[in-house]
Ligand binder design. Structure first.
Ligand code: ZN
Length: 93
């Protein structure tokens, strides 16, 4: 299913992966004492991961930053994960 999505077809899964891993790490690491990561540092790591996904996952055709737009129009999330066309320029990938 995800492989057929516009994010999969444009080869940008790894960017989402980095963002998700950073968000998870930044959320979990501060509550695990042995990591020595403070709540502040964890929050920064999580935000950087989130910002990375937003800034670098974009349409190769029209350059629209999909997740940036999805922040404003949350109905965009579904087509990004289910359709193989850009929700903005309708380019088929
Ligand atoms: Zn596009």
């Amino acid at each position: 299913m995800f492989k057929e999505s516009v994010i999969g077809k444009t080869g940008q899964w790894w960017k989402l992966g980095i963002g998700v891993i950073a968000m998870l790490f930044g959320s979990i690491a501060p509550v695990v004492d042995s990591t020595g990561i403070s709540m502040m540092t964890g929050t920064v790591i999580a935000l950087v991961g989130y910002a990375f996904s937003i800034a670098f996952i974009s349409c190769p055709q029209c350059r629209l930053r999909w997740f940036w737009k999805a922040l404003i129009y949350s109905e965009l999330y579904k087509p990004l994960f289910t359709k193989s066309t850009c929700p903005n320029c309708e380019h088929e990938f």
